[in-house]
Design a protein around this ligand. Structure first.
Ligand code: HEM
Length: 323
């Protein structure tokens, strides 16, 4: 037993060092960050997420999107979770974030963690782990992420200008993600996050009339699908259209939809319309394992964007309020 434990311990240690080497961790992040101070952090978060998603599976999409919107604005520092105050309008009140949901899941996980190990686990880490667990819950790849992000002390509505708009074309998306260190292939893989969830009519109605000087409707769209979108919009700006036929399942159907010219957002369909990214869409539509592999690698990378170190951040007591 003693020898077994010892060998097992060495294997675990070697694995951790190997995975940290693979991702070249910087910024004080590590795979086993909470192993001493909060050893059950992973399990507590997973349980909270699973319980919430069992009663509402649409929240998987919400958590994945929230993590993306956190990381692309001021880095993955939980800034999207902060509530506005009378002196400050926070990120979450920007138009791009008004349809974010799932804040109560992060609050519930934080409450449970504070009871076990007060002041240890950051809100930014909770969100990153919750997004990871949501992907797996929905049938996507299982992946491990480095932890140790600190929570930021800034959350300003004007910073959300850094979020991509659904009107961007492939070249603009490549440029925008490129500025953050992502390749075109990583951008397409991350866009595959749209295998989950829905968009509201307000996000795609500009494709349906007065599209540009020569077209009334966006010509990159299948005409039958354009009718589907128009029908959705007849119920108003807030009416929702699923990105693919399996909105709560993490699979590669989103890429099949793009091949059929049935992408919901202009920024989705442009990935197939443009020769710069079409090959990647075709590859992911044909090979789900390839999409899963690239998605999880890109999510780990996204989760390390502009992470706050040491005194540049804090561990919030309440995810909605700066300490
Ligand atoms: C490539 C640039 C991207 C653009 C322009 C974009 C834009 C959008 C828009 C406009 C919506 C619908 C919002 C609404 O109408 O309520 C949406 C939803 C969503 N986005 Fe993105 N997004 C992008 C990338 C990503 C990435 C990288 C991820 C995650 C890895 C992601 C995950 C999601 C998810 C899961 C939803 C559905 C949310 C729900 O159903 O609650 N998106 N996105």
């Amino acid at each position: 037993m003693g020898i077994f434990n010892c060998v097992f311990g060495v294997i675990v240690l070697v694995n951790m060092i190997a995975s940290e080497g693979k991702y070249g961790l910087a910024n004080g992040l590590s795979m086993n960050y909470y192993i001493m101070a909060c050893p059950f952090a992973d399990g507590i978060i997973k349980n909270t997420v699973n319980r919430a998603l069992q009663s509402d599976p649409t929240l998987a999409a919400a958590l994945v999107r929230m993590h993306f919107h956190d990381c692309f604005v001021e880095g993955c520092d939980g800034s999207v979770l902060i509530d506005s105050t009378k002196d400050n309008t926070a990120e979450k009140d920007s138009p791009a974030n008004l349809s974010l949901r799932g804040y109560e899941i992060i609050d519930a996980a934080k409450d449970a963690l504070e009871r076990q190990c007060p002041g240890v686990v950051s809100c930014a880490d909770i969100l990153a782990m919750a997004a990871r667990d949501a992907v797996f819950f929905a049938g996507g790849p299982v992946y491990e992420i480095p932890k140790g992000r600190k929570d930021g002390r800034r959350s300003k509505i004007e910073d959300t200008i850094n979020l991509p708009a659904p009107t961007l074309n492939s070249s603009e998306l490549i440029r925008m993600f490129g500025q953050r260190g992502f390749t075109a292939q990583e951008m397409v893989a991350l866009s595959g996050g749209h295998t989950l969830g829905t968009a509201r009519c307000s996000s795609f109605k500009s494709r349906l009339s007065n599209f540009d000087s020569t077209h009334d409707m966006d010509p990159s769209m299948d005409t039958q699908f354009a009718r589907t979108l128009s029908k959705t919009c007849s119920a108003g700006d807030k009416a929702e259209q699923p990105f693919d036929s399996t909105r709560n399942t993490f699979d590669n159907d989103y890429f099949n939809a793009l091949q059929r010219k049935a992408g919901v957002l202009f920024s989705d369909q442009t990935l197939f319309a443009s020769p710069r990214t079409r090959g990647i869409v075709n590859a992911y539509a044909m090979n789900m394992a390839m999409f899963f592999f690239d998605f999880q690698q890109a999510m780990v990378k996204m989760g390390m964007m502009d992470v706050k170190e040491g005194s540049k951040g804090e561990v919030r007591n309440n995810c909605r309020v700066i300490n």
